[in-house]
Design a protein around this ligand. Sequence first.
Ligand code: ADP
Length: 730
Amino acid sequence: MTASLGSRVSIVTKARESAAELFLKSEQLLRFRIAFALVSLVLCVGIATLAGSELAVEKVAAIVGGVSIYSFIGLAFIVKRLRNETGKLRAFNALLITLDTMALTCLVHFTRGIESDLYVLYLLPILLSSYTFGKRGIYFSALLVTISYIGLLVFENAELLPYVLSAREDNGLAAAYSGNLWRRILGRAFFFASVSLLWARFCDYMSRVARKGAERLLEQLDANEKLVADSEARAKRERLINSINKAVRSTIETDKVFEIAVMQLAQAVKADVVAIVCMPFANPVSNPFSNLYKSGEKGGGRRQEELVIVEETTDKKSDQTFLPPNLCMFLLGQKGAYEVEKGEKVKTFNFTDPADNPMFAPVKSELQNIGLRSLVVQPMMYGEVSRGIIILGDRDGYRNFNESDLVLTKVVAGQVAVAIEHANLVAELSRKNRDLVGKNINLDAKNSELKTMQSQLIHHEKMASLGRLVAGIAHELNNPINFVHGNLPYLRQYVDELKKVIEAMDQVPEEHRKPVEDLKNKLKYDFLVTDLDNIIADLNEGAERIRHIIKNLRSFSRLDEAELKEASVREGIESTLKILSQYYGKDKIAVGANFDDLPQILCYPGQLNQVWMNLLGNAAQAMSHLPEPVLQLSGTLEGDFILVSIKDSGTGIKPEVQSKIFDPFFTTKPVGQGTGLGLSICHSIIERHGGQIWFESQENKGTTFFVRLPLVARKQELEKIGGDLFSDPD
Ligand code: ADP
C-alpha cells in the first residue's frame, strides 16, 4: 500500500516536472518572447519617432543592446535545444520575464508614459509567468511589473514627486497633476495586483481542475498499471503452470517434474529458496528420487535417506541442501495441520520470522542458522491427502510473499501432487503388471506341466492297455499250452509204448500176422511211425516256442513286477526285442550286442521295458527303408551306473529338430503313425529313476541313444509313478 502511494506521488511529481519542462523547452514560447521583444523595440522606436520625442542615443543603444542580448540568449538556447536542467531554464525564463518587463517599460515610456494605454501589455509577462512558475511566478512578475511601471512613472515625473509627497491645494496644476499621478500609481498598482490575484486564483482553479484531471488520469493509469501487472502476473503464472503441466504430461519421471517446478517457481517468486519436500515411493526399486537427496546431512528422527528434497536456492555454497533435512522433516511432519475436509480449500501457511514463533521451537536453531525470516509452507494436496510440501523461504524479513506468489505456489503444488499421484499410479500399475506377468508365467508353466502330465497319462494308459492285453493273452495261452506241453512227454511215452506193442506183433506167427501186415502196408506204418516222431518233435518244439513267447510277453508286461525290484537290464532289452520280432530277427534288422557282465539294478522293470520299447521301435522305424539295417546294442558298467547305448544306422535326426524331440507331442512321423509321446515318456521315466537320457545323431548316418541308470534307483521318485503302469488285470 505504502509502495503504491509512493509510486503515485512520484508519478504525479514526475508528470508535473515533465509538463513544466516541456513548457519551458517550448521553442514557440521562446520565439514568441523574442518576437515580442523585437516588436516592442520596433514599436518603441517607431512611436518615439512619430511622437517626435528626442531619443537619447544611449537609451536607444541600451534598448538595442538589451534586446540583442536577449535575442541572442534565446537563440543560443534554441540552438542548444535546451537539453535539460530545469533550474537553468527557470533562470532563463525569469530573465526573459525581466527583459519583457523592461521592454514593456520602454514601450510604455515611449508611448506617452503615464498617458500610454500600452501598460496593459504588462499583463503579458504576468500571464506568461504563470506557466513557468505558477502562482509565485504571477505574484513575482506582478510585483516586478508594478515596480517597473511605478518606477517609470516616478522616473518620468521625478520633478513632481515633492508635490506628490506633500500635496497641497496651493500647488495648483502641479498639485492636480501629482494627485492624478498618485491616483494613477495606486490605480495601476491596484490593477496589477487584482489582475495578478485574479489570474493566480484562476490559475489555481485551473491547476486544481487540471490536477484533479491528472489525478483521475493517474488513478486510471494506476488501475491500468495494476491491470497490466495483474495480467502479466497471470500470464507468467499461466506460462509456469503450462510448462509444469507439459512436464507432468510428458514424463512420469517425478524428479524431472520436481526440478522443473522448483526452477520455474524460483524464477517467478524470486525467493532465496524454493523446495519440494516429500517422502519417496514405497517401492525402492521404482523410487526415482533415490539420488536426489544428498546424503551426509546431520539430523535424527526418521531415516534421512527416506526424504526427498529438491530445491533451488540462491545460496549454492555447499554441496548439501540449503534447507536442513531436520527442518524439512519437521515441516513435512505437520500433516495434521495440512489436512482439509472434503470441499474445503487447500491451506497455505505464511510466516514472518518463524524462528521467533513458538510453533517452530524444535527447529529454531536450524531456522536461525540459515537465517530464514519469511517462510511459506504450501501442502501439495491430492484430494484430502498431502503428498508433500512446497517451501518458499527468504532471508529478507520484509519480503512478504504477495498474493500472486501464494496463488502461484498453490497451483504449482496442485500440479506436482497430480504428478506424484500419476507416478504412484504408474508404479502401482507396473507392479501389478509384473505380478500378472509372473502369474502368467506360472500359468504357462502349470499349463505345460498339465500338458505333460496329460500326455504321460495318455501314454501310460496306452501302455497299460497294451500291458493288460499282453498279460491277458499270455495268461489265456499259458494254461492250454501248459496242457499241450505237459502232455507231450506222455504222448511220446504212449506212442513209444504203442510202437513196442506193434513191434511185439512181429513175434506173432506169420499166418496170424497177415491182416496186421496188410493194414501196416495199407497205412504205410513205417512212414507213420517216423512221421509221428517228427510230429511229436514238432509239437514239442511248437509248444516250447509258445511257452517261450508267453514267457516273453509276461516278461514284457511284468505283471508280477509292478513293484520296485531288482531286474536285469539286458533281459528287459532282449525280451523287448522279441516282442518287436516283426522288426528284429533273422532276415530282418541285424542286431549286434555287446554287454558287460552287468549286475541287476533296483528299478521298475515294466517302466524300463517301456523305454526300451520306444527306443527300439523308433530305431526300427528309422531304418525301415534300408536294405541292410543294423542295430548295435551295448551295456557297460560305469561306477554306480549302467550305461546302455542303442545305435541305429537310420535316417538320423535333423539338427533343427534335435532340441525338440523330447518335447511332448513332437513328431516327424505322419498322422496316425507317431504320437510324439514316446521320447518324452522315456525322458521322464529315466529322470525319475535318477538317470539321464541323451542322443547323438548325424543326418542319414544314424542315431545313438544313451541311457544312464543308477544301480539303485531313487525309490521315492519312482514310487510316485510306481503302479501307474501295467496294473494287474485282476
Ligand atoms: P513318435 O515316435 O511318436 O514320433 P517319439 O517321441 O518317440 O514320438 O519321437 C519323436 C521324434 O523323434 C520322432 O518323430 C522322430 O522324428 C525322432 N526320432 C526318435 N528316435 C529316432 C531315431 N532313432 N532316428 C531318427 N529319428 C528319431
